[in-house]
Design a protein. Structure first.
Length: 463
């Protein structure tokens, strides 16, 4: 892969320079970060007369790294010095990142959030247009103007989502080109380099008009989520004024026909809990057992997602009240997570089992069953609006990401979801129950560590 022309998103290079500066004892007001982008991190390290703090073994808290990687992508020219100042101060104040009253910490959190939003907006509002290549094949080209240096950070998402297409994403900061196998990075582009429209836009507009639900129209919320400046590149946006203008009449027609549109999401958690009882969209629902919806406050900063109710949960109609629930509750308590303030639910709402004699033996849901049940989980998520989500095990992770991932590879770091919420993945507590001795002790320690990281993020997001 060739490099983007600017190292503005090269976090490793910044980190190396920051380490050199720290080791040389260079205080923040002597560190320079304002050279031309090309040699930004290759500046000489100024000599200092001795370190104010012990910087030979720089301390880098996990909480700092998590925030720093996002802040680093911000377009604010002060971001490098802000991060270095935090790093410098962390050497003497290891718990600095927990201090929400600290102006540097607050600023870093704000910048990180703006970057995460920009990443989400690019995923949600970028629109490809088909162009014919000289050899007659088709390529999809999109123009997008990110606010921050997020192009490379989003490359993996677009490769995974549009793996079989040939596409190019053009931005004023650089471009990406995917040919179905390799990703190439290219120079900055201009809006005029991208095509203005194509015949698929009629199809897209038709689709948007058909799924637009006038009864759900909240203009203020829509504008907040889909700011006008993105409209010019979105074919469906041309319809919005007309759809808004006719929304009242369409809503009246729907009411008169007494037919709420298919796929309409419930408005409340109570409605979800009632309607899911009748769900028969997958074979588990046909078991005819009681469905178990989530429980917790209507709005919660943290959502915890398990796999599916077990035998005990299905009988009680409540999530995590059996043996795995006991393990979970103990660990949450130790990590300082206040369960009554969180929303607790499962990726799959019915219990899947095979009857063996008197017992009902747990069976894992298939990927298809998890994907089908995702509709309910998404419904809960839209209403509860958690900023942090903890997925327990691979089924929960699939329910949230829509694809299968390795828990061991993905645990211990945040994954930004399309609405900007942070997803943290860890093992399922029933896995711990299956282990013994040293293996159990080791995994319990790792589980506890994951929960502590989540607890920290919940505190930060709530501040
Ligand atoms: N395991 C889960 O994943 N969820 C429950 O509710 C109980 C056990």
């Amino acid at each position: 892969m060739r490099s983007l022309p600017s190292p503005a998103d090269d976090f490793e290079a910044w980190r190396d320079r920051a380490r050199d500066l720290l080791r040389a004892g260079t205080p923040p007001d002597h560190a320079t970060w304002d050279a031309a982008a090309g040699d930004l991190f290759a500046l000489p390290v100024p000599e200092q007369g001795g370190a104010a703090v012990d910087t030979h073994q720089p301390r880098v808290a996990l909480a700092f790294m998590q925030v720093a990687q996002s802040v680093f992508l911000h377009s604010d020219p002060e971001r490098f010095s802000l991060l270095y100042r935090l790093l410098w101060r962390l050497q003497g104040q290891p718990r600095l990142m927990e201090d929400q009253a600290d102006p540097d910490v607050r600023r870093a959190e704000r910048l990180a959030q703006q970057v995460r939003r920009d990443i989400h907006k690019m995923r949600a509002f970028l629109r490809f247009r088909a162009v014919e290549e000289p050899d007659g094949s088709e390529r999809y080209v999109a123009w997008f103007e990110p606010d921050h240096h997020i192009l490379r950070a989003n490359a993996g998402f677009f490769v995974r989502r549009f793996t079989t297409m040939r596409w190019s994403i053009l931005t004023p900061l650089g471009s990406l080109h995917w040919d179905g196998e390799t990703l190439q990075e290219g120079p900055p582009a201009q809006a005029a380099d991208a095509p203005a429209g194509d015949p698929t836009e009629d199809l897209w507009r038709g689709y948007y008009a058909s799924i637009f639900n006038p009864a759900r129209l909240k203009v203020g919320a829509m504008l907040k989520e889909m700011p006008r400046r993105y409209w010019k590149n979105m074919p469906e946006a041309a319809l919005i004024p007309q759809l808004i203008a006719t929304a009242q009449a369409r809503e009246a027609r729907m009411v008169a026909q007494g037919s709420p549109e298919m796929g309409e999401r419930p408005d409340t958690l109570r409605e979800i809990a009632e309607l899911v009882q009748a769900c028969r969209r997958c074979p588990i629902g046909c078991n005819g057992t009681q469905a178990v919806a989530g429980e917790g406050p209507d709005r919660a900063g943290l959502m915890i997602v398990g796999e599916q109710p077990g035998d005990v949960e299905e009988q009680a109609g409540r999530p995590f009240v059996g043996p795995a629930g006991q393990v979970l509750r103990t660990h949450l308590d130790e990590a300082g997570i206040d369960l009554p303030r969180a929303y607790l639910t499962n990726a799959v709402k019915h219990f899947k089992f095979t009857p063996t004699g008197k017992r009902r033996l747990h069976q894992s849901p298939t990927a298809g069953e998890i994907d089908t049940c995702r509709w309910w989980l998404e419904g809960e998520r839209v209403l509860v609006r958690p900023r942090v989500i903890l997925a327990l095990g691979a089924s929960a992770a699939r329910g949230l990401l829509g694809r299968t991932v390795s828990v061991q590879k993905e645990r211990g770091r945040p994954h930004v979801l399309e609405d900007g919420a942070e997803l943290w993945i860890t093992t399922h507590p029933s896995y711990l129950l299956r282990l013994t001795d040293e293996a159990r002790a080791t995994e319990e320690r790792r589980f506890a560590e994951d929960l502590r990281a989540v607890a920290g993020r919940v505190r930060v997001q709530a501040a």
